[in-house]
Design a protein around this ligand. Structure first.
Ligand code: IPD
Ligand code: CA
Ligand code: CA
Length: 267
């Protein structure tokens, strides 16, 4: 059992407080599911409420840091401070909206443009995935490592699919076709941050997705790397700043997945 650093404690506490609200709101969504109006408006308020709590808690603990938040955008750091939080207050909104119990809060920390810490919290399973650069990755304070599976045909791979006109369906289908043919299966869970956390914890052996935003990936990138995994763009190139497309995997499979995905062509 590892002792949490001061920084991870601040991030986990903020996530915990916002999660209490999300848990209550999720209960309400389950009730609204059967109402005529449905839960859509309610969910966008739940998102905003969680973001507000995260902003208040993180600002109180680290008043100089800036923010990049999904709902409220960018806020500059104080003069002389080059750190900012990158926050998704509710990742997995569609799941939340449909009463599917799989969503999370994601908090990344960037220092001079480099990702240095991440916390991803799953409020329903009470799972805190956390990592700080150079210190390792943890699930509820126990060290985690990426899986050691080295054969593609035994690997389970997470992804995200284009939806509501976002993204390029032809490219996705070609990629999914290649991955389906070579691996033990594909999972589409619907929360990108948790997909990355699951690669870090060895539950998934790899994960690829396109058209992501910084708040979907910031925390997860640090957590996967600190768990010994590789994270790059889908074509294998290094990520500089933010990349909307991402490929994360254990070290044994990463190159094979780059090769597989590189050789796919849309129709
Ligand atoms: C979405 C989820 C989903 C991914 C989408 C994201 P949201 O985030 O992470 O898994 O496929 O691209 O936009 O909207 O639920 O915060
Ligand atoms: Ca998201
Ligand atoms: Ca979100």
């Amino acid at each position: 059992m590892a002792k949490r650093s001061a920084l991870i404690t601040v991030m986990a506490r903020a996530a915990d407080k916002a999660a209490r609200r999300l848990r209550r709101d999720f209960g309400e969504v389950e009730n609204l599911q059967v109402s005529k109006k449905g839960p859509a408006d309610f969910v966008s308020t739940a998102d905003l409420r969680a973001e507000k709590i995260l902003r208040e808690e993180l600002s109180r603990a680290r008043p100089d840091y800036g923010f990049l938040m999904e709902e409220s955008g960018a806020t500059a750091a104080s003069d002389g401070c080059e750190r900012r939080w990158i926050v998704d207050p509710l990742d997995g909104t569609s799941n939340f909206l449909h009463g599917l119990p799989h969503f999370c809060i994601s908090i990344g920390l960037e220092d001079k443009g480099e990702l240095v810490a991440g916390v991803i919290y799953d409020p329903l399973r009470d799972e805190t995935f956390a990592a700080e650069k150079g210190i390792g990755a943890y699930l509820n304070d126990r060290r985690i490592r990426v899986s050691s599976r080295g054969r593609l045909n035994e690997a389970l791979i997470g992804t995200g699919t284009p939806f509501k006109g976002h993204g390029d369906a032809a490219t996705f289908l070609a990629e999914a076709n290649a991955i389906m043919g070579a691996t033990a299966g594909i999972r589409r869970w619907g929360a990108a941050a948790l997909d990355l956390a699951y690669v870090a914890a060895g539950r998934l052996d790899g994960y690829w997705e396109r058209d992501l935003s910084p708040w979907d990936t910031a925390a997860g990138i640090v957590i996967v790397r600190e768990a010994g995994g590789f994270v790059t763009q889908i074509d294998g190139r290094q990520i500089r700043g933010h990349s909307p497309d991402i490929l994360a995997a254990n070290g044994a499979l990463h190159e094979d997945l780059v090769r597989l995905l590189r050789n796919t062509k849309g129709p």
